[in-house]
Design a protein around this ligand. Sequence first.
Ligand SMILES: Nc1ncnc2c1ncn2[C@@H]1O[C@H](COP(=O)(O)OP(=O)(O)OP(=O)(O)O)[C@@H](O)[C@H]1O
Ligand SMILES: [Mg+2]
Length: 499
Amino acid sequence: MVKRYGGVHALRDVDVTIRRGEIHALVGENGAGKSTLGKILAGVVRPDGGTVSVGGRAVHYRAPHEAIRDGIAMIDQELALVPARSVLDNVFLGSEQHRAGVAKDRQARERFRALAARTGFDLDPDAPVGSLRVADQQKVEILRALARNAELIVMDEPTAPLTPDEAQRLHAIMRDLRDRGTTIVFVSHFLREVLALSDTITVLKDGRFVQSGPASEQTQDSLVLAMLGRSLDVAFPDPAPPADDAPVVLRARGLTRAGAIEGVDVTLRAGEIVGIAGLVGSGRTEVARALFGADRIDAGTIELDGRALRLRAPADAIRAGIAMLPESRKEQGLLMLRSVGENITLPHLRLVAGGGVVRRRGESARARELIERLGVKCDGADAPVASLSGGNQQKVALAKWLMKTPRVLIADEPTRGVDVGAKSAIYDLLRGLAAQGVAVLVISSELEEVLGLANRVLVMRRGRVAAELSSDEATDEKVLTAAFGTSRRVKGIDEEEAA
Ligand SMILES: Nc1ncnc2c1ncn2[C@@H]1O[C@H](COP(=O)(O)OP(=O)(O)OP(=O)(O)O)[C@@H](O)[C@H]1O
Ligand SMILES: [Mg+2]
């Protein structure tokens, strides 16, 4: 298989065999070619060389619907849903059930209920998809593939937006599908998940095939070595505590937004990394958005350096020195057609206002340094962001906020979708910022990440801070107990049921 984009070889001479009824994982660094390979299988992109055969028959898909006819569907890394349409419409879009008429609608609803019951996904069929959280949109994508009776499903980082519990539920669904004979090709940066779930693992590096074989013969270390060409120690050193006399930078009291958060207090001191843990929907992101002026608050106060802040919009927060990396890539304010360099150096206020380009020499040097440190794989700083792999776009979004050192950095899922090497680079950067006196707020669904980075952990449950733990006190057990509101953790439990 060969795929080129201009001078970039996304794939060169990659041979892969996928067996019917197996879970086949594709792993590799950001930009290794995993999504490209998945897209070729699903007819989303056409290869420049090589052949794809399905069941011994050579196929030349020109578009996804041709692959779907052969029972091959893909769940994209960047979710491809129609935001204005309902969940039901999105699940059945382009399939049999999707025709006008009451009978069809009833049929579709019945099928939807059956699929929802089978997966345990609790979604309102009539809600517009655009109003759903990322994790729920992911579920819609999965239901859509199931509704198409796909025999081979390509899942590109399906668990990235999910909490550990939701991910476990998806794992169960994937195993169940496999046991019924469905083939699953899946891409993931969570090596533990890859090892636990897959039958076969293929490693790609820089568009080249590295190895392919039974998962049982691999370990995390052997995969990292194959992916990066070197070994890596992703250890979390004990977080350095802020100085005793470190001033309070940001103090929020009683943050309330109807239906989302209630009476949340957050204090960030200079040089401190505070983590927010909690289930999806517990209010973590809503706290971040309130502190960034992205959502209006109904009650509560926010002070920066002791002065009251009124945040009407993110521009107010940015002006005050508050930066935020939002959880959803689509909201990260990247201008897809503009270059990597422009995206990093565009002054934030202009970016927010959609203004012109200003670039100074010092800035492009700093941009290059960030590109280097984060290991952004791109065809130079002039390459358009749209040409980057998903994980590399994520790195650009982060680099943008690191151009000018902020007073406060709010990072919502900063390592989602980035490879193991880049993850540890991001941890180092966040620690480095804290060491410079920046107050950092990190939200992550990866408990290991929150516990490893934070000096203090706030655990959210149902819109409130359920517990505040120092890094000495914070353990998996304590965080989960607070997040679920019960001392016994029940697998696959829902936020609602947990209360
Ligand atoms: N539309 C495109 N135009 C130009 N280059 C592209 C395009 N799509 C992908 N590439 C390049 O092809 C290479 C492989 O990208 P791909 O998206 O397959 O990586 P990936 O392994 O999925 O990475 P990630 O883990 O970050 O998602 C990258 O160098 C990327 O920049
Ligand atoms: Mg990808």
